[in-house]
Design a protein. Structure first.
Length: 254
């Protein structure tokens, strides 16, 4: 399927590794120019170089998305450098491995408020291009069973999904689509599930055994869903929450 993304300009946060990196690679292979950021300068520079080797233009910066001024500056600089933005993907996250009282402000700043600020900063550019905004959430937002539990990660991501849905209804009449992709357990080198496989093999296996597909997911499988929702092919998808979890959630959506 031709997603009609060739020549589009895409911004992705948290794009130096894992799901964000896979999203950047998928959009690059579809012919998008890229603007990527991550907190670690060395990682984002390395990612940018490897993405340029695929033959696409890459604007990169080290950005802490919990800093609203830094994030807004990155959006402005990317918009100017690429002559506009057609796709914006909010992927950066504090992760689900936090514990203790400090997890709540960290999740709020990095997972929710960063998405709110990113959407605000990018709206003008997306209105010009009649583009698309995609947020990466999690199945933990819809499930309190392990590995979710009573922590900040699922609760804050649930708020993100709610805000994205409300935002989609506000922006759709103006030509901008907003959607969400919710991954289940996704494993990649250096990620939290690889670490759990090494440190807590029984827990890892218990979660894997709950997935009807029989395995953990891969970042490129999430990236494919993001690319679809970001593309003109998904022109009638507004406020959707596309779950990519191998059947992990047992809920039924009507």
């Amino acid at each position: 399927m031709d997603l009609r993304l060739a020549g589009k300009r895409a911004l992705i946060t948290g794009a130096s590794r894992g799901i964000g990196r896979a999203i950047a690679e998928t959009l690059a292979d579809e012919g998008c120019a890229l603007a990527i950021c991550a907190r670690g300068e060395e990682g984002v520079r390395r990612a940018a170089g490897e993405l340029r080797a695929r033959g696409v233009t890459v604007h990169d910066a080290s950005v802490d998305v919990s800093d609203g001024d830094e994030l807004a500056r990155f959006v402005r600089d990317a918009d100017a450098a690429m002559g506009g933005l057609d796709v914006v993907v909010s992927n950066a996250s504090a992760g689900g491995g936090l514990s203790g009282p400090e997890q709540w402000p960290a999740s709020f700043q990095t997972d929710l408020l960063a998405f709110v600020r990113l959407a605000e900063a990018a709206t003008e550019a997306l209105l010009r291009s009649q583009g698309a905004l995609v947020a990466v959430a999690t199945t933990s937002a819809s499930d309190t069973a392990p590995p979710s539990g009573p922590g900040s990660y699922g609760a804050i991501k649930a708020a993100l999904i709610h805000h994205a849905a409300a935002l989609s209804r506000s922006l759709a009449p103006r030509g901008v689509r907003v959607n969400v992709v919710s991954p289940g357990p996704i494993e990649f080198p250096g990620g939290s599930w690889e670490q759990r496989r090494q440190d807590k093999p029984e827990f890892y296996e218990s979660i894997r055994d709950r997935i009807p597909a029989g395995r953990m997911g891969r970042p490129e499988e999430v990236a494919a869903a993001v690319a679809f929702l970001a593309s003109p092919v998904a022109s009638f998808c507004v406020g959707a929450n596309l779950v990519v979890d191998g059947g992990f959630l047992s809920r039924v959506d009507f």
